[in-house]
Design a binder for this molecule. Structure first.
Ligand SMILES: NC(=O)c1ccc[n+]([C@@H]2O[C@H](COP(=O)([O-])OP(=O)(O)OC[C@H]3O[C@@H](n4cnc5c(N)ncnc54)[C@H](O)[C@@H]3O)[C@@H](O)[C@H]2O)c1
Length: 368
């Protein structure tokens, strides 16, 4: 049986400190019989020594290009621009299977080298649900940034932090907290989370709770007959819906001037601006760690200003927690690579998705 070996690569993006396998989970893989190599990486949140202590071999950053043919090269974000031919089985968020702009070039590299993309977004169980995702911490961060912006303003650029520090900042904004603006003493922040029952929605509700806010949670049932006036009667919207079928937009350009609008900040966790299923066609440009907040409208006619936060790499701001959750969720599936090999159902399905995309010249894709 072809069990290959798992090769954890360095991330080329310097802000990417997360890793799909923690040292503890590396130990579990080695105990199950995996051959494990971990590359050096200056920014990774876990030190290389911890992987070595767990029984992994170590290798220089970027040396996966010379890894044995049977290696499964595991990362999170994009590969470096070279080599032109990819001969390995690569496990990462490829952004290449939904027809994204960068898809043809990456697929061509796989075609040229005979390699395979096992996209992390397409590791799904029989029920079609992803076995591992970063959604919880995306929602947590989205809601946390929203509250911090509303209650005093976010300092830019954003930099990675840990949960303890983030929670302390959230608690400091609660009435009586040391950073609490005068407004929190007089009126409670009204926050709405859409997609509240999903991974990111649950994270968002939890972060609001840390800030002392009982968020309103809407999922499919509450949006079936969308009450837009009720939506606009919140200060903060944290949008966490995984849209799969077309439905009416939640916030439209004309809502900016709607009578009685209370909404002053939209945090779009989905960042679906370029999707045909975008439910927030009120803004176009994503925001970033450098410029987290964009102003959509100044205060007019007694209505508050309207701002947006739409950052597509939120979980990277909490690299430790995001890595731990993701690695714990991914581990059972990685173990099947060791115990059953690449024909284990989850891997076979991901391979099929890739092969279909190659055959159709790119079709289906990712955020993380
Ligand atoms: N910004 C980032 O850094 C980042 C990181 C990870 C994930 N994401 C994105 O967050 C989004 C949500 O991911 P998730 O893991 O939470 O998905 P999920 O599948 O766990 O949850 C989605 C929720 O949306 C609900 N939903 C679907 N249609 C709805 C509707 N019309 N009205 C109300 N609720 C509806 C579902 O019932 C479900 O509870 C995805 O678009 C994902 O790509 C963003």
């Amino acid at each position: 049986m072809d069990h290959g070996h798992i090769w954890v690569r360095h991330e080329v993006r310097s802000t990417e400190r997360r890793c799909a396998v923690t040292p503890d989970d590396a130990r579990a893989l080695v105990a199950a019989g995996a051959e494990l190599t971990v590359e050096e990486s200056p920014q990774r949140i876990f030190p290389l020594e911890a992987y070595a202590a767990a029984g992994a071999r170590t290798a220089p950053a970027g040396s996966w290009v010379d890894a044995p043919d049977d290696a499964f090269v595991l990362g999170l974000k994009e590969l470096p621009e070279g080599p032109d031919r990819l001969r390995h089985r690569h496990i990462f968020f490829g952004h290449a299977l939904k027809g994204q702009a960068e898809a043809p070039a990456l697929l061509e590299r796989f075609r040229a080298g005979g390699g395979t993309l096992l996209d992390l977004e397409y590791l799904v169980g029989e029920d079609g649900r992803r076995v591992a995702a970063f959604g919880y911490w995306a929602g947590y961060l989205g809601a946390a940034l929203g509250v911090l912006q509303l209650r005093g303003g976010l300092a830019a650029p954003l930099t990675p932090t840990d949960r303890e520090e983030l929670d302390a900042r959230l608690r400091a904004t609660t009435p009586g907290g040391e950073e609490a603006p005068a407004s929190t003493a007089t009126g409670a922040t009204r926050a709405l989370v859409t997609g509240a029952l999903g991974r990111s929605g649950r994270g968002a509700m939890d972060a609001l709770a840390v800030a002392g806010i009982t968020g309103t949670g809407w999922d499919r049932e509450q949006t079936r007959d969308l009450d837009r006036a009720a939506l606009l009667d919140h200060d903060l919207l944290v949008h966490c819906v995984l849209a799969t079928v077309p439905s009416p937009a939640f916030v439209r350009p004309e809502d900016v001037t709607a009578d009685g609008r209370r909404l002053s900040l939209v945090v779009d966790v989905t960042c679906d601006t370029s999707s045909a299923l975008n439910l927030l066609p009120v803004y176009r440009e994503l925001t970033s760690w450098q410029q987290p907040v964009d102003r959509l409208s100044d205060a007019v006619d007694g209505l508050p200003p309207l701002d947006v936060i739409a950052i597509d790499n939120l979980p990277s701001l909490l690299p430790l927690e995001a890595s731990r959750t993701y690695s714990a969720d991914l581990l059972p599936t990685l173990l099947t690579l060791v115990t059953e090999g690449p024909d284990a159902p989850v891997w076979a399905r991901a391979r099929e998705t890739f092969q279909e995309a190659l055959a159709s010249g790119s079709a289906h894709g990712s955020k993380g």
